[in-house]
Design a protein around this ligand. Structure first.
Ligand code: CP3
Length: 351
């Protein structure tokens, strides 16, 4: 089906667009009252993900509210894969995800296997349903966690801060961590393949915790496995599907990320787009990177900061505006309107 607003896909191909396209990480989420309502109707977060009608409804909510959004993202979660592996995922209200059966001994690690994609068919059904409902309005982004980021949840059993359990495993038993990462990379390859077959127009790998690694270990434990996925997708015939990688806290490793040959690199707000662009040399698109907390600020501050981000990238193609991480649940939805309008008006001079 032809996509009517293809500015996001054009930018990923470094083609000319009349303005800077934008979407927002976690654009369907708790800051929207209509999301809160649907989530209540669904019962729990995972019930929301598992029901294609609910997942479709919430994916489209931000697009209906904000006509200036240029892409949609599948409503799901990165933790669907470890859940399908049988680790027992629970979302405790206000505390985030927790696994009943984390990988905390050798036996558990050796027993780990690639999950049957049948267990994840609810995700692929949601993709088909969302594509149908979008009817070509904007492209749909599919996604997955990076092998390393998934492993942090699988070993720690929850979102970590110091990551000592997984780092102990990585630095004491290299064989075990690489066993997990290999299985994750193969699982993610199959998972993204199925999302692509179901209709997503681009894919993004969220490496939320790659930034917790040392300069020496980042490529070994995180980037190399994202590269395996990107290479595999190309080999499987999906070279034409744009691929975005985003390592939160990874702005100092752009020179390494280039080697994985993504179509775009996502950046958090610690990194200057201008400096990043000097490294990518306009050969790879950049996505980001306003601090989500700016949206808690005054209208004046929001306008100023949006302009600073656009000025930082400067003239030319290849920039997708986004926040540097997910939008916070405490954001006033009207502030998002202001951000989107400012981007649309101010960015035209640069194209
Ligand atoms: O961006 C989108 O709108 C698409 C949906 C999406 C969600 N999670 C929905 C969600 C995406 C792309 C994710 C990715 C995700 N999930 C990541 C990578 C991005 C990042 O934030 O670094 C990670 C680390 C997770 C794991 C996860 N899921 C956590 C830590 C939590 C709880 C904490 C939190 O921020 O709420 C979730 C739950 C979750 N995933 C919610 C949403 C909308 C909130 C659940 C609720 O309604 O209570």
């Amino acid at each position: 089906m032809k996509i009517m607003n293809d500015s996001f896909l054009k930018t990923l191909r470094l083609e000319k667009t009349p303005y800077t396209p934008v979407w927002i990480m976690r654009q369907a989420g708790r800051y929207l009252p209509e999301y809160q309502q649907t989530r209540k109707n669904a019962g729990s977060f995972m019930d929301l993900c598992r029901n294609k009608n609910f997942a479709t409804e919430v994916t489209l909510q931000p697009l209906d509210r904000y006509p200036l959004l240029d892409a949609s993202i599948l409503f799901s979660d990165i933790l669907t894969i470890p859940d399908a592996m049988g680790l027992g995922l629970n979302f405790i209200h206000g505390e985030g995800p927790i696994f009943d059966k984390p990988l905390q001994n050798e036996q558990a690690v050796q027993a780990l296997d690639i999950p049957s994609m049948d267990k994840l068919s609810y995700v692929f059904d949601a993709v088909k349903s969302i594509k149908n409902a979008l009817n070509g309005r904007v492209p749909l982004i599919g996604f997955s966690g990076s092998p390393w980021t998934l492993a942090t949840y699988m070993v720690e059993g929850q979102g970590g801060s110091d990551f000592l359990k997984i780092k102990k495993m990585a630095y004491e038993r290299q064989d075990l961590i690489h066993h997990i990462l290999k299985i994750n990379a193969e699982s993610v390859t199959q998972y993204l393949t199925e999302q692509i077959k179901s209709g997503v127009d681009a894919v993004m790998i969220f490496d939320s915790w790659g930034g917790a690694l040392s300069h020496h270990e980042y490529s070994e434990l995180s980037l190399n496995y994202m590269k395996v996925i990107l290479d595999n997708l190309d080999i499987l015939g999906y070279e034409h599907i744009p691929k975005i990688i985003f390592t939160k806290g990874g702005g100092q490793w752009i020179d390494q990320q280039i080697i994985a040959r993504p179509d775009a690199i996502g950046l958090d707000w610690q990194t200057s787009l201008k400096k990043a662009r000097e490294i990518t040399n306009d050969k790879i698109a950049l996505q980001g990177n306003m601090d989500p907390a700016i949206l808690l600020g005054s209208d004046k501050k929001i306008e100023e900061e949006v302009k600073k981000v656009l000025d930082d990238y400067g003239r030319g193609e290849g920039h997708i505006f986004n926040l540097g991480h997910g939008i916070t649940q405490f954001t006033d939805p009207d502030k998002v309107d202001l951000m989107l309008q400012t981007i649309r008006e101010y960015s035209q001079q640069y194209h």
